[in-house]
Write a protein that binds this ligand. Structure first.
Ligand code: 13P
Ligand code: SF4
Length: 317
């Protein structure tokens, strides 16, 4: 394949020549994660987009992530190696949907998961990621109604952990994480009774994981609901022989590199995001060579979205 040492050296040479930093999400192909200057979850990559000194960011991830980097750092050039790399979850809600929903709930605070378009962020009050969603909810006064969008499983999760009952949840889902369902988790947990479970809150099985705890099938301390960055931190700490991973399978690359003593296995080995995998070795090289594809956000939209995204970046671990 094209992902040779020579390819990696050429990618780094072109990045230096362009004054570019390469950021990669934890679901990217292994060779992309390995060649990147930084890898991380959505929140960490948003913070890095602000912190890095480079004038150009090559974002190896999906479109909303590149937009978020541009919103936070409008003076930087943000390149996405494949502009068609979208997100099925972000596609479940439009800016017009948010306006109509808000009109039904005057006075409510709109909390938007970062997996949304810039236009949706511009209609929202505060953004969150999977690693700070509960902290963002807690930052909203307890008596204010909340409209949480667009992910129903993350929405159900934050309702549970905050104990708030004044949260309305948009019924969107990510096709990849929805496919990691309760039946699959129950079967895998029964096959591996001593394994720990790391579950991304976007999963269809996020509720089932806690059900397994409630039913006494899996002890509480063996189940963790985590962002991808949280999974990596937990992988470095665990002394378990085996951990079952409920998220997109790209995550396994980082987990296995972080801890050679523990076996990490997917709950669903077909849980692959084809959008994330659109960033290939060739696309990254072409992006650095040709300066493609530059992601822009109209300034009026960016200005309104920036308030929501900056609040997100300021909250939580
Ligand atoms: P994280 O913020 O946990 O990395 O999740 C991003 C994402 O797209 C999940 O599908
Ligand atoms: Fe979107 Fe799902 Fe892919 Fe994450 S895994 S980028 S939520 S489609």
């Amino acid at each position: 394949g094209p992902a040779t040492d020579q390819w990696a050296a050429e990618v780094r040479r072109l990045a230096d020549e362009r004054g570019a930093v390469i950021l990669a999400h934890n679901y990217q192909r292994p060779e992309i994660q390995d060649v990147a200057h930084h890898t991380g979850d959505s929140l960490a990559l948003s913070r890095l987009a602000v912190e890095v000194a480079a004038e150009t960011i090559v974002f190896c991830g999906v479109h909303f992530m590149a937009e978020t980097a541009k919103i936070l750092s409008p003076e930087k050039t943000v390149l996405l190696p494949e502009p068609a790399a979208g997100c099925s979850l972000a596609d479940t809600i439009t800016a017009a949907d948010v306006r109509a929903w808000r009109a039904e709930h005057p006075g409510a605070i709109v909390v938007a998961y970062v997996n949304t378009t810039a236009a949706v962020k511009a209609e929202s009050d505060i953004c969150c990621t999977s690693s700070n969603a509960a902290d963002v909810i807690r930052s909203v006064p307890a008596d204010r109604e909340i409209l949480f969008l667009p992910d129903q499983f993350l929405g159900a999760h934050v309702k549970r952990v905050t104990g708030r009952d004044n949260i309305h949840v948009w019924m969107g889902e990510c096709h990849v994480h929805a496919g990691i369902d309760g039946d699959t988790l129950r079967r895998r947990a029964a096959e591996e009774p001593d394994a720990e479970l790391f579950v991304h809150p976007e999963c269809g099985c996020a509720t089932s994981a806690l059900y397994l705890v409630g039913a006494g099938t899996v002890p509480q301390e063996r189940v963790k609901v985590l962002s991808t960055g949280g999974m990596l931190a937990a992988a470095e700490q665990t002394s378990a022989d085996k951990v079952l991973i409920a998220t997109e399978t790209g995550m396994l690359h980082q987990l296995r590199a972080a801890n050679a003593h523990t076996v990490f296995e997917p709950v669903n080995s077909r849980a692959e995001c084809h959008y994330m995998k659109m960033i290939t070795a060739e696309k990254l090289l072409g992006s650095l060579r040709d300066g493609t594809t530059e992601i822009t956000v109209p300034e009026d939209v960016a200005a309104r979205a920036r308030r929501s995204v900056e609040r997100m970046v300021a909250i939580g671990a």
